[in-house]
Design a protein around this ligand. Sequence first.
Ligand code: AMP
Ligand code: MN
Ligand code: MN
Length: 324
Amino acid sequence: MSASGADSTRFAALVRSAKSVAVGAHVDPDGDAVGSTLGLVLALRSIGLNAVPVLASGDSVPETYAFLPGSGLYRAAIDTDVPDVFIALDTPTFARLGDAESLARSADDLIVIDHHPDNARFGTLSIVDPAASSVGGILWELLFEMDIDPDVDVATCLYTALVTDSGRFSYSNTTSRTFRIAAEMLEHGVDVQRVFTEVYESRSVGALALIGRTLERVTCVDGDSIAYSWVEDDDFTQTGALKAESENLIDEVRALRGARIVFLMKRSPGLVHVSLRAKGSADVGSVARAFGGGGHAAAAGFTFEGEIPDLLTVLLPALREAHG
Ligand code: AMP
Ligand code: MN
Ligand code: MN
């Protein structure tokens, strides 16, 4: 189901009457966060609106997505004036907006566009479609409903959102609608191979070494139905891999035959970020929420205060329960 006609009419009215629009997404942005933000900003600019992309964390766009058209427009949220309208993409709660939270709270209107099932619908207008594989796909449909014909730059950004969030059209969120939208994007000129090369085949040699460490540490429990691995801050310094290059590391672990739930821990002193993935029908989103995080049924995450052994003591029983 796409955004209802009433939603798209309200969206169009709000943005068309705004003197300034800022668009942001969740902290530690992934391909959907960056691609949907830049695609929407470029589309709004193409109809003469004053729109800027803002970073919820960090001071530059992740290297992997710097090739996207419009990436030079990004500014830090803390250096951005409060806009008439703030648009929060791919973000289920105020807190996940990081540095951009105060812009979102202070703007005259806040528009939320997301596909997280646990979205708090915290906008003046909230368009939430959990059946969509990416926010990029929701925006693609919304633009047509607003009679905006996307140019190749907009299509490239939104395609990058679509291809990354669907696991290159392979995760359980991939549907015929995902492929239909992709086909339309290609008809608008997207260079599929270029996006693939930039996103998946532009790793540094350090990032490959980090994959090696991740694979060496894969640990299986419960006869391989749960598998996990981890990386630490030292691994990044020693291999030279960039933090942004670890976004898809979890995919290396999910390759394991028979694994139903996989997770990857990224450890800093006293803090562990956990990425959870379900390959079958288990709901790892509810496990992540129980640990103060969130996400989708098949892809979720949370941050744990403590060390890996303590985390495993509580997480493994929770995951066993989740996969039944
Ligand atoms: P990740 O494992 O970081 O790639 O994230 C997978 C999914 O879980 C994404 O939809 C994230 O938005 C969500 N997620 C990750 N970490 C958190 C967190 N600390 N709190 C809420 N949601 C999260
Ligand atoms: Mn995301
Ligand atoms: Mn997303």
